[in-house]
Design a protein around this ligand. Structure first.
Ligand SMILES: *Cc1c(COP(=O)(O)O)cnc(C)c1O
Length: 361
């Protein structure tokens, strides 16, 4: 019998009736992009849902990072984590800056205790990822930044719904960014958002997102096309209505994984005590790479797809250099698997995954 394919995640499928109503509106207006009414509505609703200033919705989570770096006027060296999606590092390099990697701790986020040793006279910012929806030690990072006059950008791509000290995680740092890619917890197929509350920086973001247009015949500074469309906003608004359902489902599945894996020597997620995670991913760290690869192979035999998030380590990309010790990241990156988690993943599928994981580790 053909075994049903179980992917690491599935995109949330928006309700077609609601989506179609939005699309009818777009067709009636014949206004497809350029800061249209649905895009503006999406920004308002995202801000409301998260309890933040109204964000800037942009084309994707990568351009969100690039605009954040530019709008804050970052130059020179940027301290960052080696354990994230490639866009965290590539956006630094693409914008002509140098990433300086600092190892992670048990939360899989950058270890604040190791940051200061890497600050030089060229350092102007820290770009840290809240990995898998779990907060960095924001308190410690912000204190270091303040002491050394550095800007802080949080790549909060994974963090729709995550809170820190009872507040939206997007309220921290000089700028925080979100990805709204189809594989993320909430999405607009492609999309991203930039969160900021400093008026001057917000003005830069507004200009930079739209080619530097300051009215139809005036340009202020260099900009890029960071816009998103009415069609993406239509999908985004439709998915947003179900955000709580998606969060609840992820939480239930994650807590069940925790329970089923208790008492094994598999490392389940370690959440910062100030953070309420959105449970967007389910990463597990095995004893070593050999065990992780064995579990992966056995799951694949059953047509189940775990993913090596994040492997390879970003400090090993061929366009970067590092002399810092990355031993913790190296161990995690080689021994980690993200287990399947998606909206309404069936119980029996989860039980089968856990059984295979336990038998082979
Ligand atoms: C998904 C992701 C991005 C990139 O977002 P896109 O919307 O795909 O451009 C950046 N950083 C992290 C940590 C991500 O997971």
């Amino acid at each position: 019998m053909e075994k049903t394919f179980i992917p690491v995640t599935k995109p949330y499928i928006p309700n077609r009736k609601i989506l179609d109503r939005y699309i009818d509106e777009v067709w009636e207006r014949q206004w497809f992009t350029n800061n249209g009414p649905l895009l503006q509505e999406y920004e308002t609703q995202l801000g409301k849902a998260l309890g933040t200033e109204r964000p800037f919705v942009v084309g994707n989570g990568t351009i969100a990072l690039q605009i954040a770096l530019k709008a804050l006027g970052i130059t020179g060296e940027v301290i960052t984590t080696p354990f994230s999606y490639v866009a965290t590092t590539s956006s630094i390099v693409w914008e002509g800056m140098t990433p300086v990697f600092v190892d992670i701790d048990d939360t899989l986020n950058i270890d604040p205790k190791q940051i200061e040793a890497s600050i030089t006279e060229k350092t102007s910012a820290i770009l840290a990822t809240h990995c898998f929806g779990n907060a960095c030690d924001i308190e410690a990072i912000d204190a270091i930044a303040k002491k050394h006059g550095l800007k802080v950008i949080y790549d909060a791509s994974h963090c729709y719904g995550t809170t820190y000290k009872g507040e939206s995680i997007f309220n921290f740092g000089d700028v925080s960014t979100l990805s709204l890619h189809a594989t993320k917890l909430v999405h607009s197929i492609e999309g991203g958002a930039i969160f900021c509350s400093d008026e001057k920086v917000m003005e830069q973001i507004r200009l930079m997102r739209n080619f530097g247009h300051d009215g139809p015949e005036k340009f202020t500074g260099v900009g890029i096309n960071g816009k998103n469309s009415e069609m993406h906003a239509a999908v985004g608004l439709t998915v947003l209505k179900d955000a709580q359902k998606i969060l609840d489902s992820r939480k239930e599945i994650s807590l069940k994984y925790n329970e089923l894996l208790m008492g094994t020597d598999i490392q389940t997620p370690v959440i910062d005590p100030n953070c309420v995670s959105n449970y967007s991913y389910y990463p597990v760290v095995f004893k070593n790479e050999e065990v992780a690869l064995q579990v992966k192979a056995k799951l694949e035999e059953e047509n189940i797809q775990p993913r090596r998030y994040f492997y390879p380590l970003l400090s090993e990309l061929d366009y970067v250099h590092t002399s810092n010790d990355m031993s913790r990241s190296k161990h995690v990156s080689s021994s980690i698997l993200c287990l399947p988690i998606f909206y309404n993943m069936p119980d029996d599928v989860q039980l089968k995954i856990v059984e295979i994981v336990k038998q082979n580790s």
